[in-house]
Design a protein around this ligand. Structure first.
Ligand code: NAD
Length: 368
């Protein structure tokens, strides 16, 4: 028999729930990891191919991310199996049915993730009265629209580049994935003087060592087109983004894109993880051994959840940006100093920091 408890450790997961509504072709998984710090907050992903294990790893990343950011939330994540580009009416029906399925899972607060957006969260909120990352019309701070995660990543890049003596002015950045996260980090970094030398989406990689026009690329994506429809730059295969010579490489697409079999292709000094779990542990270790500084996902990409947390407490957009800036800068400094002191991987230092916070919260609970 399959070992259903194979992921379990001191921290969780508290529950793994499968939701199935055959008449609507709804299949979903919810993982509630650790709730010692508060109700689990984490995105709803819509994708055709996510395993329970991947969902658990994403939920655990939320436990660490929320604790590391000092938020009053635990970790959770959910996946709805389906093509995120399905017709609008079908998507609404599926999201509403999913919301109904999590109605009683009150220690899980859903937010947007890959394949879902503010509109989807509005449907969830309408069904069950509980969601973050809502549209402005519902009193939300539209975190993808304002680029909360990209803003946090740019703050992270600022601190990390100072740490390795890299001047952001003229620094060459390559971004994998040009969605809500990728396009905004490119924009905020361009505003700080960095040069976008390559970006990719599922249609391919667009590269230009003299720098791409970030605004034009964002306009292209917003018109529903692919980066390779741009009239300038070299058009390469999607995975050619791995080979780009750059100073800062930012994954902002899918998990496990950098693995033992392709890590040697990266030519960068700094990796700031916008995507969740974009590197396998072996690949991350290999980068560290080569002297590439890697800022782990749950420290670097916490901007979205910090924004969602500010929203759930009734705060404003301005307050969210200030909170993201302050928390991410402080955390990146703490992690880098600890990792330098311990000669440890930044991820090990970051997990130790988050674990300390979760364990302290667990001590206050009757059911640990
Ligand atoms: P999105 O759906 O808006 O954009 C994803 C982008 O990745 C699209 O441009 C898509 O074309 C591209 N893509 C997919 N597969 C690709 C591939 N193999 N090669 C190149 N590009 C590819 O999603 P998003 O909200 O920008 O999220 C991106 C990543 O960041 C995910 O891992 C997500 O979990 C993580 N993340 C997002 C947020 C947030 O606030 N949205 C917060 C934290 C982490």
């Amino acid at each position: 028999m399959e070992d259903m408890f194979r992921f379990a450790d001191d921290f969780g997961p508290a529950r793994i729930i499968h939701i199935c509504r055959p008449s609507l072709a709804l299949k979903a998984i919810v993982v509630i990891d650790n709730t010692a710090c508060g109700a689990g907050i984490g995105g709803v992903r819509m994708a055709p191919d996510v395993s329970v294990e991947e969902c658990f790893r994403l939920a655990r990343a939320m436990t660490w991310k929320n604790a590391a950011a000092g938020l009053p939330h635990g970790g959770g994540k959910s996946v709805i199996f389906g093509n995120p580009r399905m017709a609008g009416a079908l998507k609404e029906q599926l999201i509403r049915a999913f919301a109904d399925g999590i109605r009683d899972i009150t220690d899980y607060i859903p937010g947007p993730d890959m394949g879902t957006d503010e509109q989807c969260m509005a449907w969830v909120k309408d069904e069950i009265g509980r969601a973050v990352g809502l549209p402005a019309a519902l009193g939300g701070i539209p975190l993808d629209e304002i680029g909360a995660t990209g803003f946090g990543l740019a703050a992270c890049v600022d601190v990390a580049s100072e740490f390795i003596g890299l001047d952001l002015k003229g620094a060459r950045i390559a971004v994998q994935g040009f969605g809500a996260v990728g396009k905004h980090v490119a924009l905020f970094l361009a505003q700080k003087g960095a040069l976008l030398v390559a970006a990719s989406d599922t249609g391919g990689t667009l590269a230009d060592p003299s720098g791409l026009d970030v605004g034009a690329l964002i306009a292209l994506k917003e018109a529903g087109r692919s980066l390779n429809d741009h009239d300038k730059g070299s058009k390469l295969a999607a995975d050619a983004i791995l080979d780009i010579d750059c100073d800062i490489w930012i994954p902002a697409a899918r998990p496990d894109v950098v693995r033992a079999d392709n890590v040697s292709r990266l030519r960068t000094r700094l990796m700031v993880q916008g995507a969740n779990i974009p590197c396998t542990p072996e690949a991350e270790r290999a980068l560290h051994e080569r002297g590439v500084l890697v800022i782990p996902d749950f420290i670097a990409n916490a901007g979205g959840v910090i924004c969602a947390s500010v929203e759930s407490r009734g705060g404003t957009q301005r307050a969210a940006f200030d909170d993201i800036d302050e928390r991410i800068r402080a955390n990146v400094r703490a992690v880098l100093e600890e990792s330098r002191r311990q000669k440890a991987l930044p991820r090990a230092a970051a997990v130790a920091l988050a674990e300390r916070r979760v364990r302290a919260a667990m001590q206050t609970r009757r059911w640990r």
